[in-house]
Design a protein around this ligand. Structure first.
Ligand SMILES: O=C(O)CCC(=O)C(=O)O
Ligand SMILES: [Fe+2]
Length: 358
């Protein structure tokens, strides 16, 4: 492609950074504002050190290097647990029938006992001596999740018996329930080698290695490496694609040896549950030029949080939400006289005909 035809430089998204340890009303309003406008944000105060995150990425590098035959021993099952090979999953929601998948591979841990963080699935030999670290990581990500859910409950002013019910969302993401919660390692092989021509790299800069989609659960928490950006969101504010930047830890958290903020997005169930007030923002992955120039692969690690399977996705008891009619959980309730459970919503997700995303 000639340089004249080259895409204009993509905007870098400005994402709100939420301190998970700040329980002030102002911070609660801030998280709701970010979630109801951009739908993408960042969390600091998550408690992960760089060394902990590096170790997870090291596991990922080593796992994906295994022969395909080995990885296919625990291939993905209908319960969403296991190995997904190259091209198996197509996230491109506007083109689900295109007949080929995203050029990436992944490994999902799922069916968690959330009290212990232990997944109920066949565990590949490679992961067996690492399961303690996987479980601890999942539990720690869940702690961050719960802090954010308390802030969201406060910011949405969820009505309890005596005042705001800070635990409303947490109780519905309880450790005692089975849920769609999934912890996923992803590898996107570089589509070119470092010696490829500039034209070829131009072309691959426009290739979606994860197709444009929204996530299915409530909140998604993601580790993206500094030198491996590539996540892009379709901003509900600017109606343009923007890239998710790398932001280093703030002085406060750097002093506590905490790694960079987690990248977070609101997903479909929380959007639905809040009648579209919180935005399940469309996103995709494209290789950044710096990575194509090096011919290096991209890795990411993601926790998809879901409520307990039997949780009723009834309209959230908040004045802010109840005033929104004809959408999401309220719309479903008006139409059917009952609410869907989180599991039903998840299972219906792809066949859904809501006709709206925001
Ligand atoms: O790899 C990433 O950065 C994002 C992956 C993603 O959006 C997904 O798997 O749902
Ligand atoms: Fe996603």
């Amino acid at each position: 492609m000639s340089t004249t035809k080259k895409q204009e430089k993509m905007e870098i998204s400005k994402l709100e950074i939420i301190d998970l340890n700040d329980n002030s009303d102002a911070n609660a309003k801030k998280i709701v504002h970010a979630s109801s406008t951009q739908g993408f944000l960042m969390f600091e105060g998550h408690g992960f050190t760089e060394a902990e995150i590096d170790l997870l990425f090291q596991f990922s590098h080593d796992y994906f290097k295994l022969p395909l035959e080995e990885k296919n021993k625990c291939v993905i099952q209908t319960d969403n647990a296991g190995y997904t090979g190259m091209g198996v999953e197509n996230l491109e929601e506007d083109d689900l029938d295109r007949g080929y998948g995203d050029p990436k591979e992944g490994f999902n841990f799922a069916n968690f006992d959330l009290k212990t963080g232990i997944p109920n699935q066949p565990i590949p030999e490679f992961w067996q001596d690492k399961m303690d670290i996987i479980s601890k990581t999942v539990l720690k990500l869940r702690e961050a999740l719960k802090k954010s859910l308390r802030l969201l409950s406060a910011g949405l002013e969820i009505e309890g018996v005596d005042g705001i019910d800070h635990e409303w969302f947490v109780e519905r993401h309880h450790d005692d329930h089975f849920s769609g919660t999934t912890f996923r390692f992803l590898r996107y092989p570089s589509p070119v080698n470092e010696n490829a021509s500039e034209e070829e790299k131009d072309k691959f800069e426009e290739l979606n290695v994860a197709g444009a989609h929204t996530d299915y659960g409530t909140v998604t928490l993601l580790f993206q490496k500094k030198e491996e950006s590539g996540l892009q969101l379709y901003s509900p504010i600017t109606k343009k694609w923007e890239s998710v930047p790398y932001v280093p830890a703030s002085a406060k958290y750097a002093a506590q040896n905490e790694a960079a903020p987690l990248i977070v997005n609101i997903a479909d169930q929380l959007c639905y549950w809040t009648n579209g007030h919180l935005k399940s923002t469309i996103h995709r992955v494209r290789f950044p030029r710096e990575l194509l120039d090096k011919g290096k692969d991209r890795y990411s690690i993601v926790l998809f949080a879901h409520p307990g399977d039997e949780t009723l996705l009834e309209p959230v008891p908040s004045k802010i939400i109840k005033d929104i009619k004809g959408r999401g959980a309220s719309h479903y309730m008006e139409k059917h006289g009952v609410s869907q459970t989180a599991r039903e919503h998840l299972n219906n997700r792809l066949g859904s005909t809501y006709g709206w995303k925001y």
